[in-house]
Design a protein around this ligand. Sequence first.
Ligand code: PMP
Length: 402
Amino acid sequence: MNTFEQIAELERQYLLQTYNRYPVVLARGKGVFLWDIEGKKYLDFVSGIGVNALGHAHPRIVKAIRDQAAKLIHVSNLYYHEYQGPLAEKLCKLSGLNRAFFSNSGTEAIEGSIKLARLAGHRAGGEAKCRLVALEGSYHGRTFGALSLTGQEKHRKGFEPLLEEVTFVKQNDVEGLRAAVSDNTCAIVLEPIFGEGGIYECSVEFLRECRASADQHRAALIFDEIQCGLGRTGTVFAFQSFGVTPDIVAIAKPIAAGIPLGAFIAKEEFATAISPGQHGTTFGGGPLACRIALEFLSIVEEEKLLENVNKVGAYLQEKLKELVSKRNAAIGVRGRGFIQGIQLEIPARPIVDEGLAEGVLFNSTHDTVVRFLPPFLLEEKHVDKGIRVLKKLLGKKRAAAA
Ligand code: PMP
């Protein structure tokens, strides 16, 4: 078997150097735990940045993948298969929206959403109705369209020119939003909770204003729920936690339990703007991915996992707030359910590095935030372990700084 050094060296030689990986080679997982190639065990608070909501090697997912792989992994979207229609129906019923399109990733779900909004915009107001409104600090993906909506300089830098028709507004700036939206706006695009941007929530007041402005100017309100959706906030869609319904919602990450799949779901009045041949994909919505997504949604329902997200999420928040109240180099807690972040006074990356040595996978985002995106199966005893380790590491840093 190759050692960590051999594996890392091979990647150094042959991969585009786009990732700054942690020094660990993961080999297998079970539930909320992972093991590396040397057999060391880790508690997983990252779940593949929100993908492994059912943890690892969930028996029903393993069984369904085995069964479907032996029957049919892929067919072209030229043909029907048994699972795409039922999955679309299920997602429409859960969201209250009308029609779905399946992609391979979150970024592609965003691209498809803005293409649909452009078509609907042009239909409603001609060529000029093409402008997009997005939020400063947001993250929507790395293709040119999604990157053009991403309000973070560090991701955009070096790739200009991007789409020029985007106006950025500060999150929760109601007046700014009103001023930015016009009859030439075809879509307002936002994450109800910023994921990569550091776990900042949109206020209900702001979301209501987005809804009202979109209605007034016949623009599409698009929610990017790729990170915060599908159960992480304790409701199936995050927008159900906020009480504001978008015209289009983009989802991905946990939907097919790790098999690549994304989707956008649209209201009928926008969905009818597209016709055959105007959008498509080779892999998106294949039989394996769609069957597993149906299984994922059934498991979340039957195992009452949203109840667990609400209960253990509240417990996690209470424990994080305790850390903050005792200083511990931490100054705030944001988010809800199983999408939370603790704001540190110090860089988060060294905490994450040392967490590894302690057998806990944490994740840092936005330089000084430790982000929690655990599997929906996480229990209070796992929270206790994570908090114990975090407290120890923050204490060590404070002692070192003193
Ligand atoms: N939008 C949000 C809110 C995300 O968190 C991500 C991924 N981190 C994306 C879009 C892009 O998704 P993907 O990496 O699957 O293309």
